[in-house]
Structure formats: structure tokens, C-alpha cells
Design a protein around this ligand. Structure first.
Ligand code: MN
Length: 261
């Protein structure tokens, strides 16, 4: 190839790469690949459309009583975040009890009931006043946790990954459009195991509201359509074993039902 031609080719691939960089790997054309990788979608209630998942962010210790039970001081800590892999989503349709595999390596497998917000718009440095404009919908989710592994890694000052970010670690219900549900700043949130109430609180006990979480997150990351936020769990997290059925509830959203197998 003549050097002039080579320069032109280089220039156009740089332009292509710059265009494709906007939201990670999103690109209009489909390249040839040696195999296919499944994308993650969540059905949207009342439509035939599905919500494409980009990233899953989770906020830690967002209810004072849960922060205390995890050994920290809820009055002094700014919100902190971790992520689960996108393909950790396990869909829990309404009216169905879904089988959820007990994961490997743990002997202390915990539930965390949480309000989940899904973003239909992105942004950077979003003010709390504007933040809810980014939210497309809400659902009920479980931030399933290999607590023994999370604690062991924490004790060693190593990343939590193995305790939080594993296969099927993010069960959640169908997405309910915010246009229909409105936003969630108060209302009962509870989890029962085998019919017995284990966690029970109110969304108004969150230290950081969904709007504040979106705002904080947008300072650390450029948020994009398809991002999902687990908004933290109230106190009284605890273990499940094979055979247990978890029923998760938030006022205004369909319950989710999950059997550990
Ligand atoms: Mn959590």
C-alpha cells in the first residue's frame, strides 16, 4: 500500500473508533465474529419491547440500620458503588417462582432486597434535581451475596468481586415504566423467606435517594441508557439454603418470587 493510501485508511479507522467510543462498544455495523455472545435484556411491562442492559451499579450501605449491622457508621460515609456483571441478571416474571441456583464456594449465601432503577438516558455531573429524568423504569431486585467470601476479601483489603459479582447474582422483576409508576421515595420494602418476614423497612429510610445516587454516580462515571442501579438494602440481611423460597415486595411494584435450588 502506498503511504498516502495507508494514511487515508488509518484516518478513517480512527474516525470510526472515535465514533464507536461514545457508549463503550456500541456500534452500528456488526463485525464478523468467531462466536456470538448473548446480550442481556429485561422485558418492559405493558409493551413488547425489552430494556437492553449496559451496566449494573449497586450502592452499598444505603440504610442506616444496615450500615450499622455491617460494621460502619452511617452518618459519616458518602455513598459507594460496586458493579455486577451485566449477564448476572436473572429475570423473575410476575406470578412465577423462578429457580435460582445456590452458587459455588459459599456457605453463607445472603439475600438483600432492593429497589432497582433503570436508566433510559445518560449524562455526566447530573444534578439531583435533574437525575430522575434519566430513570426509565423501576423493579424489585435481589443483590444476592456470598457473604462469607465478601467478608473474607474485605478483611484482607481485597476486592469484593467474588462475593457480589457471580453468575445469577442479580435476580429482578420485569421493568415497570416510570411514566406509569412515578418515582419511589417512600413505601414498604420487605422480603419473606418461606412466608416469614426477614427484612422490612420503608424506602424513605434510604440515606441517599435514587436521585442523589444517580447524581453521585454521574460524577464518577458517564451514565448511559441501559445502566441499572441497585439502590441498597435495609437491615436484617441473612442466609438462605437450598429449598428456601424468597418473596420480595416493594409497594407499587409486582412481587418477585425466587426458589433457591
Ligand atoms: Mn446490596
Amino acid at each position: 500500500m502506498a503511504s498516502e493510501e495507508r494514511r487515508k485508511v488509518l484516518k478513517s479507522s480512527v474516525a470510526l473508533a472515535a465514533g464507536a467510543a461514545l457508549y463503550g462498544s456500541a456500534r452500528a455495523d456488526t463485525p464478523a465474529t468467531p462466536f456470538t455472545v448473548a446480550a442481556t435484556f429485561i422485558p418492559i411491562a405493558g409493551t413488547t419491547q425489552q430494556f437492553p442492559v449496559r451496566r449494573i451499579y449497586c450502592i452499598g450501605r444505603n440504610y442506616a440500620a444496615h450500615a450499622r449491622e455491617m460494621g460502619s457508621d452511617p452518618t459519616r460515609e458518602p455513598p459507594f458503588f460496586f458493579q455486577k456483571p451485566t449477564d448476572a441478571v436473572q429475570l423473575v416474571p410476575p406470578g412465577v417462582t423462578v429457580d435460582h441456583p445456590y452458587p459455588s464456594l459459599t456457605r453463607n449465601y445472603h439475600y438483600e432486597i432492593e429497589l432497582v432503577a433503570a436508566l433510559g438516558n445518560g449524562g455526566r455531573d447530573v444534578s439531583p434535581e435533574r437525575a430522575l429524568d434519566l430513570v426509565y423504569g423501576y423493579t424489585v431486585g435481589l443483590d444476592m451475596t456470598r457473604r462469607d467470601l465478601q467478608r473474607a476479601m474485605g478483611d484482607e483489603k481485597k476486592p469484593w468481586e467474588i462475593g457480589k459479582s457471580f453468575d445469577h447474582a442479580a435476580p429482578m422483576g420485569m421493568l415497570q415504566p416510570a411514566a406509569k409508576t412515578g418515582s419511589f421515595t417512600k413505601g414498604a420494602i420487605w422480603l419473606k423467606v418461606n412466608g416469614e418476614t426477614k427484612q422490612s423497612a420503608n424506602l424513605d429510610q434510604m440515606i441517599w435517594s435514587v436521585a442523589e445516587q444517580v447524581s453521585h454516580l454521574s460524577k464518577a462515571f458517564e451514565l448511559a441508557p441501559g445502566d441499572i442501579i441497585y439502590s441498597g438494602t435495609p437491615e436484617n440481611v441473612g442466609p438462605v439454603v437450598r429449598g428456601d423460597v424468597m418473596l420480595g415486595h416493594i409497594d407499587g411494584l409486582p412481587d418477585i418470587s425466587v426458589r433457591v435450588v
